[in-house]
Design a protein around this ligand. Structure first.
Ligand code: CO
Ligand code: CO
Ligand code: CO
Length: 344
């Protein structure tokens, strides 16, 4: 490839995500229209919205809708497209849905290399097809800074929607990927990344949450969300607040991508990480003995991150037997003083 895809990404963080604080303030002013067909709306801070399609006398059916797009976080165009698709599909899996259709969102420079755009679209299409979904169309505009992603619609049984509410005291918290894609992409932009670390991070970002989703659908899951832009603690916060519980996370149980701790130590912390910390830390009782780079990583924005599940210990055992990448990072307790408690 001639150009480096990340070269034109403006400063401000891996995915130039709007600060959760600003987003929260803005959404507060949007009028809420109640509608009985809306089973999950944006007021719940959930992964995706769910709309009931069930017809009188027909089988229960609902659609799950979500959208996600961002600036390049890797230099290879095909890989970027595929990661953007995996990331956009993730919210459907986090609700327990099955992706059905996708619309692409393309922002590309008028004078950009057409081969890059072709590769981005090809990477995205291959990943959407891997998920068993189809692309129906999309929309494109021209701008100097590349952005790419999808609006995805999935189908779901309205009685089997997994939201971030429902975590119960006594549950264990299961997570299915490793943390650190944000610091590793920041290390790439700083030119300090070890290619082997980048490759491992890319491999994880390309992995669909599909298999974990399929496994969990046969089990009793009380709450589920995917860990993406708001970081592990940001998404844990949403689950804790929606479920009215305290999530107790053991920092030493959390697995980090190879190189992540090293880059966090070297200060490869994105703007998004700082925004997350600013927004979320008041909800977190963080043990002082946790090294600062580990604390930072718990706020690191993830791209195409894993699923965070709340379920009983026996059900978690079954999931971990089925999906060896799944592991326990903590447990759910009655609400104490803070929504999240992080212990060493
Ligand atoms: Co999500
Ligand atoms: Co979401
Ligand atoms: Co999302």
């Amino acid at each position: 490839m001639a150009t480096k895809l990340t070269a034109n990404v403006k400063a401000g963080g891996c995915a130039s995500k709007l600060s959760p604080k600003i987003l929260d303030q803005a959404l507060r002013t949007v009028p809420r229209l109640s509608n009985e067909k809306v089973l999950v709306g944006y007021d719940k801070s959930d992964d995706a919205g769910v709309y009931d399609l069930t017809q009188p006398g027909g089988n229960p059916l609902a659609m799950v809708q979500t959208v996600d797009f961002f600036t390049p976080i890797v230099d290879d165009a095909y890989t970027f497209g595929a990661i953007a698709a995996a990331n956009a599909l993730s919210d459907v899996y986090a609700m327990g849905g099955k992706p059905a259709t996708a619309l692409s969102i393309v922002v590309f420079p008028q004078k950009g290399d057409i081969h890059d755009l072709q590769a981005i679209l090809k990477g995205g299409a291959d990943k959407i097809h891997e998920a068993g979904a189809v692309i129906l169309g999309g929309h494109s505009i021209s701008d100097e800074e590349i952005k790419f992603g999808y609006a995805v619609t999935g189908l779901i049984d309205p009685h089997k929607i997994l939201t971030n509410a429902g975590a119960m005291p006594g549950d264990v918290l299961v997570f299915t990927k490793q943390i650190g894609t944000g610091v590793i992409s920041t290390a790439l932009k700083k030119g300090i990344v070890d290619p082997a670390h980048m490759d491992r991070s890319i491999e994880q970002m390309l992995t669909l949450n599909r298999l974990v989703c399929e496994s969990m659908l046969g089990l009793e899951v009380h709450a589920c969300t995917d860990v993406t832009g708001f970081g592990l603690l940001g998404h844990a916060r949403e689950m804790a607040l929606a479920s009215n519980v305290t999530l107790q996370i053991a920092a030493s149980s959390v697995r980090f991508l190879p190189g992540a701790i090293e880059y966090a130590n070297a200060g490869a912390l994105s703007g998004g990480l700082h925004n997350n910390r600013e927004f979320v830390s008041s909800c977190v009782a963080m043990s002082d003995s946790i090294p600062s780079e580990i604390q930072s990583l718990l706020y690191d924005p993830q791209t195409s991150g894993g699923l965070l599940l709340s379920m009983t210990a026996p059900e978690a055992e079954k999931l971990m037997e089925d999906r060896p990448e799944a592991y326990i990072i903590g447990r759910v307790r009655n609400y104490e003083t803070k929504p999240i408690e992080v212990r060493p």
